[in-house]
Design a protein around this ligand. Structure first.
Ligand SMILES: Cc1cc2nc3c(=O)[nH]c(=O)nc-3n(C[C@H](O)[C@H](O)[C@H](O)COP(=O)(O)O)c2cc1C
Length: 141
């Protein structure tokens, strides 16, 4: 299922931001990452989840049908709210081919510091999405 074997038909990506519900704990985060890894690996979906200051930023990539099913599950999950879609569409090559769900937090690298140092505007949705995905890829190497 990796891009090393050439382009994958129907490869699609999704990037969003959401807010963790009040009283969200480190244990909740571990549970989510375990659930995500479980289902994603059985569906050929890969990606990463960054959690910082009560915010989730998640990049998902995989075959469109499986991805859309997982997005629907995530949308209905009461452990977060205010989901803001940042980017969705075709993708030429996976960025997280080796990760059923990479999990990072601010101890690894701070997205909010990255926003500040790159003077990222939250008004231009496309530029904002580009900056978030650049950060997620940059910290994964
Ligand atoms: C921020 C966030 C990210 C999530 N990411 C994934 C994911 O990548 N893949 C997945 O299958 N479930 C993910 N989940 C969990 C799903 O929303 C859902 O609860 C879970 O898949 C249900 O699993 P179950 O049917 O085994 O109970 C995420 C939930 C949250 C709150």
């Amino acid at each position: 299922m990796t891009s090393e074997h050439g382009p994958e038909d129907g490869l699609t990506h999704f990037l969003y931001r959401s807010n963790a519900r009040a009283n969200f704990t480190a244990e909740d985060l571990r549970t989510i990452v375990a659930e995500a890894r479980n289902r994603n690996s059985s569906c050929g979906v890969t990606g990463c989840l960054h959690f910082e200051d009560g915010l989730f930023f998640q990049w998902l990539e995989g075959p469109k049908i499986a991805l859309d099913m997982i997005i629907a599950l995530i949308r209905n999950d009461p452990r977060h709210e205010d989901m803001t879609d940042l980017s969705y569409g075709p993708l030429t090559a996976r960025r997280f081919a080796d990760w059923s769900m990479r999990a990072t937090d601010r101890h690894r690298a701070s997205l909010l510091d990255w926003f500040a140092s790159n003077q990222v505007s939250t008004i231009d949705r496309i530029a904002y999405a580009g900056s978030v995905s650049a950060f997620l890829v940059a910290i994964s190497v």
